[in-house]
Design a protein around this ligand. Structure first.
Ligand code: INI
Length: 166
């Protein structure tokens, strides 16, 4: 049985980080969590590219551009969508998730999804380094694992040895 698992070692990996400016009191903390996690797992600061976009709706288009340029091994997508009085929130959140998933699927470059959806600012801050962890850090570590896993799966394996009887 061949079992593939990714390692949490970002040494030599290059990352694009796309972050929404909307609610930047929260997204700045997601960014700090992501950068800290990548560097603590071995990535070099010089191998990180950060692209700020207006809001979560625009994350996917910048992530796709970074992924297609071929200079990054993964993209980490960060944003915060907070429920408001209208259904605009649902449209933005759904588009962010759909768009990032499409980047991942269409380019083959892993995309860590760190877009927080929350009922209010307090809930969002809880998920940006507060009591519920840091979703930016979680998205970063998922990206590291996926880069490692894909390398492992793609690595050519020696052909199976033929048995003497065949
Ligand atoms: N963008 C966010 O990142 N979070 C939100 O909560 C949000 N809400 O609720 O409106 C939001 N809207 C802006 C959107 O992402 C686009 O930037 C805007 O519509 C311009 O295209």
């Amino acid at each position: 049985m061949n079992v593939h698992t990714g390692k949490l070692d970002a040494t030599g990996m290059r990352f694009g980080i796309v972050v929404g400016r909307f609610n930047d009191i929260v997204t700045q903390r997601l960014l700090e969590g992501a950068v800290d996690t990548l560097v603590r797992h071995g990535a070099r600061d010089a191998d990180l590219v950060v692209a700020w976009v207006p809001g979560a709706f625009e994350i996917a288009v910048a992530a796709k551009e970074l992924a297609e340029q071929g200079n990054v091994d993964a993209v980490v997508c960060l944003g915060v969508v907070i429920r408001g009085q209208t259904t605009h929130y649902e449209l933005v959140a759904a588009e962010a998730a759909r768009g990032v998933a499409a980047v991942h699927a269409s380019t083959g470059v892993p995309a860590g999804f760190g877009v927080v959806t929350a009922e209010n600012l307090e809930q969002a801050l809880d998920r940006a380094g507060g009591k519920a962890g840091n979703k930016g850090a979680d998205a970063a570590i998922a990206a590291v694992e996926m880069v490692s896993l894909l390398r492992e799966i793609r690595r050519p394996r020696p052909a199976a040895r033929r048995s003497a009887a065949s």
